[in-house]
Design a binder for this molecule. Structure first.
Ligand SMILES: Nc1ncnc2c1ncn2[C@@H]1O[C@H](COP(=O)(O)OP(=O)(O)OP(=O)(O)O)[C@@H](O)[C@H]1O
Length: 465
């Protein structure tokens, strides 16, 4: 059996706390669905889970179980099983006893042995049934904890960061096992995690929370490709989306540009509807989001339709085996999202730091790098494309009406880069190289100064009046 769970405008105030831990939270979970609650530490995920379990009172709002009012149901009457981060096994009981323990209360008078054996078979833990928790590895302990939940044949699994005490390899393995088990059993599952990769790989849908408030609920694909606000955009996806401060320039004479301060992106004409709507942002600060796969290192002459050129100076190359992440400086100002930890951490850099972060040192470096790039590209292209030097610096902007860059790309604000680009593992660029970049406008996000996505246009348009 599997249940539908509905939360309607649910809030939770803890005693002596001025703000709610959960604030008017509404959600409908279908029978058999795997729903992940995702968000940073302290955003209220566990509180939501505990209210569903009946371990925490609901201050206001309604919980419906299969459509029936459930706020006051005792935890034991909800037919839910919970799996915790810390496994919560009894140290003086063997695995067999730990798994069978709750059955003694739920099926009094019935021998738990057959259920325990069945559960052990499903989880592949027959050999460790007679061991004590102290004789088990972390992964085995978590399997026993899962076994204790499974053996009860619950209608709902509630899992609170069940894998976070395990190492990365085991986590990935057990993640696949949890997906297999819960889908196989068809049991409604609510799974709490702060790990976005875990959320994306497990959830039928993901509910992203921030400060007690639901930000977005959707399939993993939806929350990645159509984040409703800058917080969701920044929380979901690795490496973190590039977020740059910018302004819209839309002169009456036509054309539209997104101005990053040192460089501009020209939007292709005729302007699409989404881009036309940016006109009302003229003069205001906006936040541009570019995922690392939306930008590639390539010359303007290689642009596909819908790609426009900018350039950047390589700060650091992160080799990851199957790919490399190139950290670049485009001279833009990164936008910071409050409540997410620090802005992008500084990569560990080999070699001595350069003198200061001012534009003087970098300006020289940029010029040197640009000359090197210019020489390389001119050699390769017979001087026909791309690498003309403006102010002795960056490559010439592309010869399409859709891209403008009126100032050199040097003079960054930081020395850690403002743009991360995903490339193949064998990319041959070095720190200080000045490289041409192509931005795919189909993957450009624009958020207003409040962080709401305005491009692509949100599905629900605000009423103009
Ligand atoms: N019993 C309590 N009394 C008072 N405040 C509480 C209590 N339990 C949780 N809180 C507060 O409520 C907020 C939400 O906590 P909760 O544990 O639900 O967050 P979370 O997203 O699950 O965090 P984490 O991922 O760190 O477990 C936090 O600010 C927390 O300090």
């Amino acid at each position: 059996m599997s249940r539908a769970i509905t939360l309607h405008e649910v809030s939770k105030y803890y005693p002596k706390q001025p703000t709610p831990a959960v604030d008017r939270f509404s959600l409908e979970i279908a029978p058999g669905e795997f729903l992940v609650l995702l968000g940073p530490s302290g955003c209220g995920k566990s509180t939501v889970l505990r209210m569903i379990a009946g371990l925490e009172d609901i201050t206001t709002g309604e919980l419906l179980l299969d459509g029936e009012y459930g706020n006051d149901l005792a935890p034991g009457d909800r037919k839910m099983a919970m799996v915790f981060q810390n496994f919560a096994l009894y140290p003086s009981m063997t695995s067999r006893e730990n798994i069978g323990f709750p059955l003694r209360f739920e099926m009094p008078g019935t021998e738990p042995g057959p259920r325990v054996d069945e559960t052990a078979r499903i989880l592949g833990i027959e050999e460790i049934l007679d061991r004590y928790p102290g004789q088990l590895s972390g992964g085995e302990r978590q399997r026993v904890a899962m076994g204790r939940a499974i053996s009860r044949h619950p209608s709902v699994f509630l899992m609170d960061e069940p894998l976070s005490n395990l190492d990365a390899k085991l986590r990935a393995h057990l993640r696949a096992e949890i997906a297999r088990l819960t889908r196989g059993m068809g049991v409604t599952t609510v799974y709490v995690t702060h790990d976005q990769a875990e959320a994306m790989s497990l959830g039928d849908r993901v509910a992203v929370m921030r400060s007690g408030v639901l930000q977005q609920i959707g399939t993993p694909r939806d929350v990645y490709h159509l984040p409703e606000n800058v917080f969701v955009a920044a929380f979901v996806g690795t490496p973190r989306i590039n977020l740059l401060q910018a302004t819209v320039i839309a002169p009456l004479s036509g054309g539209m540009w997104i101005d990053f301060g040192r460089q501009r992106l020209g939007l292709p004409e005729p302007l699409g509807y989404d881009h036309q709507m940016l006109r009302i942002q003229q003069g205001r600060t906006i936040i541009v989001g570019l995922r690392s796969e939306a930008v590639r290192i390539a010359r303007a002459s290689q642009a596909h339709p819908g790609e426009v050129a900018i350039s950047g100076i390589v700060e650091h190359v992160e080799y990851l085996g199957h790919e490399s992440l190139v950290h670049l400086n485009t001279g833009s100002r990164p936008a910071i999202v409050p409540e997410l930890e620090a802005p992008r951490p500084a990569p560990a850099k080999p070699g001595p730091r350069r003198n200061g972060t001012g534009s003087g040192g970098l300006g020289k470096l940029a010029q040197k790098a640009a000359r090197r790039l210019q020489a390389t590209v001119t050699d390769r292209e017979g001087g026909s494309h791309g690498a003309h030097s403006a102010h002795g610096g960056p490559p010439k902007p592309p010869q399409t009406p859709s891209a403008v860059m009126d100032r050199p790309a040097a003079a960054p604000e930081t020395d850690t880069g403002d743009l991360v680009v995903r490339t193949g593992p064998d990319i041959r660029v070095r720190r200080g190289d000045h490289v041409p970049l192509l931005v795919d406008l189909a993957h450009l996000y624009v958020f207003d100064s409040n962080g709401h996505r305005i491009c692509p246009l949100p599905r629900e348009q605000p009423h103009l009046e």
